[in-house]
Write a protein that binds this ligand. Structure first.
Ligand code: ADP
Ligand code: MG
Length: 402
């Protein structure tokens, strides 16, 4: 047996806002102009389809990144984080891809990506202090929470006049083109556009979103997040390999992206792909997009409670496809998912890019603790480290806190 599983709660939002403002004042010696924040996210279903113009269904979680910031009278950009000793200091006009090392690139990259909106003032300096409460590198998108909170601060401080979608696109550009970590846009869309009490049906073809009722608590249900704490790296080669495989499949099938393949013609389409690996990659993307349609249709038709068995089955099918066809799971993810299912979860799957990171399980609210304990016990049996547990409550997207 392992020790008691603890389901962790996000820190109080008001207190964290105060603490971030105080930390800014200590770091820079004066009061910030404001405090902004953006959440991490879980993707409920629709994984590894964003870069194939697919559909996905993320929601924001309670864990957020807070940014206290101020406009300065100089052209200096200074960035600090409560989670790191690394400090960035550089001139606004010098920001360019590859010019900034380490985590500060996630912040300065957003300033760089927003420069088309900064009329004649690319020399404007800012001081930024961030305090992130989304666990880093857990597949819950701490990176997007940093970017999107920064974008929100810059929008306000520099009166840029950007739309939420402009900020989504700037944050995607920051991560892809400035940090150099491949991202399809799911994370940034969720972090900016999420709505409280809703999941967000996201069409990655045009980043249009439709809020979907996702009232778990009112129906005695919960979404348990397990951060496996297994090593996870997105910038790494595996993620790029999967993207390449799916692009290759689209090329063979003569379509722009796999979104264009009608799932009704799945077998015929797969029959035209000789390479066995590329064929399985295509099968995942095409069937996963259909699972999102099916999931959304169930939620359109009735409550989560009414559709819970079928919704759970779709979550299970998604994980199995990611494990067998897309091959982005690792043992810790499979152990967490198997243990949740065995402990009575309606369904469970990995969430995020894979190769480590987190899983979700759709559970009865009053059994969340037992499911968490079953997962912790399975980890102990398998000699895996201790996982961390959270409940995913659908929160609002990025905005100003003060
Ligand atoms: P994920 O987005 O799933 O958490 P990523 O690898 O995409 O994982 O992003 C994690 C990276 O984001 C960290 O290695 C770090 O560079 C940066 N980051 C996230 N949160 C913070 C923070 N609070 N302070 C500094 N850097 C952060
Ligand atoms: Mg990330």
């Amino acid at each position: 047996m392992s020790s008691d599983a603890v389901i962790l709660e996000a820190p109080d939002r008001g207190e964290t806002v105060d603490a971030t403002a105080r930390a800014f004042a200590e770091a820079f010696g004066y009061e910030p102009d404001g405090v902004w924040s953006a959440p991490g996210r879980v993707n409920i279903i629709g994984e590894h389809v964003d870069y194939q113009d697919g559909l996905c269904l993320p929601m924001a979680i309670s864990h957020r990144c807070f940014v206290a910031a101020a406009r300065t009278p100089t052209d200096l950009v200074r960035v600090r984080s409560a989670q790191s000793d690394v400090v960035f200091e550089g001139q606004a006009g010098d920001l360019a891809p590859d010019a900034v090392e380490g985590w500060p690139a996630y912040v300065t990259g957003v300033l760089w990506a927003l420069r088309p909106f900064i009329s004649g003032a690319v020399q404007q300096g800012v001081d930024i202090y961030l305090d992130g409460h989304v666990p880093l590198g857990s597949g819950l998108s701490s990176s997007a929470s940093v970017e999107c909170a920064s974008a929100e601060a810059l929008e306000s401080l520099l009166s840029l006049g950007t739309t939420p979608l402009d900020r989504v696109r700037a944050c995607i550009a920051a991560e892809n083109d400035f940090v150099g970590a491949s991202t399809g846009g799911l994370d940034q869309s969720a972090s900016v556009l999420a709505r409280e009490g809703r999941a967000l049906l996201l069409d990655c073809r045009d980043f249009s979103t439709t809020p979907v009722a996702w009232d778990l608590a009112g129906q005695g249900l919960a979404l348990l997040i397990t951060d496996t704490r297994a090593e996870h790296s997105h910038a790494g080669g595996e993620y790029a390999d999967r993207r390449r495989d799916s692009e290759r499949a689209a090329e063979i099938l003569g379509v722009g992206t796999l979104r264009d393949i009608d799932p009704a013609g799945l077998d015929e389409a797969l029959g035209r792909i000789d390479d066995e690996v590329v064929r399985r990659r295509a099968r995942h993307v095409i069937t996963e997009i259909q699972r999102v349609r099916d999931f959304d249709a169930l939620l359109e038709r009735g409550s989560v409670r009414e559709g819970v068995a079928q919704l759970g089955a779709l979550l299970n099918a998604s994980h199995d496809s990611l494990r067998d066809d897309y091959e982005v799971t690792v043992p810790a993810l499979d152990v967490a998912v198997d243990a949740a299912r065995a402990a009575g979860a309606h369904g469970s799957r990995m969430t995020g890019g894979g190769f480590g990171g987190s899983t979700i399980a759709l559970v009865e609210a009053d059994s969340a603790q037992d499911v968490a304990q079953a997962i912790a016990d399975a980890f102990a049996r398998e000699g895996l480290g201790s996982p961390a547990f959270f409940l995913a409550l659908p929160e609002d997207g990025s905005g100003q806190d003060r």
